[in-house]
Design a protein around this ligand. Structure first.
Ligand SMILES: N[C@@H](CCC(=O)N[C@@H](CS)C(=O)NCC(=O)O)C(=O)O
Length: 218
């Protein structure tokens, strides 16, 4: 039986969703973020030295990192993997790695930049706030727009990221798009909006939400 070490309101929601899509038996061990720092509690470090979620344990295996867990679940349970042949197979691999490797870092930076000014000593705030605003404008925003344009274009052919049907690549990409809806904006990106509507209406997605508890991005 798989145990999912699930941190509330986190990337771990994707693993719950995949488990529900695959119909794999699992149990959840819950961890709550510190409401002030948003950090995971120290108990998660006892499971994996990085202390982050998601982590799964099964039969003596402890596995962290969403993409690796997705690979493990697709391989051990079948379904939601890449198309059998052709370029889409590699498109699937691309999005599996791209989601955390390239799309998430600037989205996380955007969140951090937006929070830093409020955490600074009061006297420094008026001095440093414009610095972060400028960094955001010249460094982060253009990158985020490039990523979101790429998503919009990638979804144009089929509405999915790697082929004619939903795959684990779409599950990996759900988190960047969910975070990107507010941090980048999809007003002029109908394919991204439709993707989110399509995934959010899936019964397995809904079951995963019920199992995982409050999730700010859905
Ligand atoms: N790239 C990793 C990121 C893991 C990660 O940063 N998880 C966040 C939740 S979204 C976390 O555990 N944050 C709590 C903390 O850093 O203390 C993955 O996809 O698994």
């Amino acid at each position: 039986m798989i145990t999912l070490h699930h941190l509330n309101n986190s990337r771990s929601q994707r693993i719950l969703w995949l488990l529900e899509e695959l119909g794999a038996p699992y149990e959840i061990k819950r961890y709550q973020r510190d409401p002030k720092t948003m950090k995971a509690p120290p108990e998660l470090r006892a499971i994996h030295p990085l202390g982050k979620s998601p982590v799964i344990t099964e039969d003596g295996l402890t596995l962290a990192e969403t993409g690796a867990i997705v690979d493990y679940l697709v391989e051990t349970h079948g379904g939601f993997g890449p198309a059998a042949e052709g370029q889409m197979r590699w498109q699937y691999r691309h999005f599996l790695h791209y989601a955390e490797g390239s799309a998430m870092p600037p989205l996380v930076m955007k969140l951090v930049f937006s929070r830093i000014p409020a955490g600074l000593p009061k006297l420094l705030r008026p001095l440093l706030k414009p610095v972060f605003a400028k960094l955001d404008r010249i460094f982060l925003e253009p990158q985020l727009q490039t990523h979101a344009d790429y998503w919009e274009q990638s979804l144009a052919a089929t509405g999915w990221f790697a082929g004619p049907d939903i795959s684990a690549a779409d599950i990996m990409m759900s988190f960047p798009l969910e975070a990107g809806r507010n941090r980048i904006g999809f007003d002029n990106r109908p394919n991204c909006r439709a993707f989110l509507e399509r995934i959010h209406s899936r019964p397995a997605y809904q079951r995963a939400l019920e199992a995982g508890g409050p999730y700010a991005y859905a």
